[in-house]
Design a protein around this ligand. Sequence first.
Ligand code: SAH
Length: 198
Amino acid sequence: MNNTFKIVFLVGLIIAEVIRFPHRQRNKREMREKKLAESRLNPLDVMLDFLAFGGMEVIPLIYIFTPWLDFANYALPPVLGWLGAVIFVATLWLLWRAHADLGLNWSPTLQITQAHQLVTQGVYHYIRHPIYAAMWLWGIAQVLLLQNWIAGPATLLFYGIVYFRRTPREEQMMLDRFGDEYRAYMQQTGRVIPKLGK
Ligand code: SAH
């Protein structure tokens, strides 16, 4: 059973890379063509992003392809593994949908492009950070799919640090750029959980 869940995770990871690939390529092109109006990035962010990547991809791959972490395995009832699979599918859907809605405004770090537009449609109508919400779902799915004390919680731990540091700074950047428009948008939406009654 455990191997089945490892394969589910691996396939999901590959699909996530396919979803992100064209957006990463486009962003690199924009960076080269200097189409950015603003970029808020410092060495600590680079290090933390690297850590989150380790938690989401590198540590899981080590766990899946080597026996090195097996001493720290745990075993959950199969139904929880399948729940993890369902959550991972939801993660990939949200990641794909959010990228489609955010379009040219996506960037891997805090950036504003010259032609930046505020997106409040699609999944952004409900939450301000659907991509980050997808990362949280990924973290939960990982705990259930990779039943190992090191590989399981790695995303929740490392991505969690990135999230709590990055989100307020991203919102400040959006406020500086879009002002009242973004302030009104914040009233309507939750960060990663939709506001009730809206
Ligand atoms: N936090 C969002 C976007 C992640 S990509 C999410 O989780 O889905 C990061 C970049 O998206 C930021 O640098 C910012 O420039 C841009 N961004 C964030 N929210 C946006 C919005 N509502 N409209 C347009 N661009 C946005």
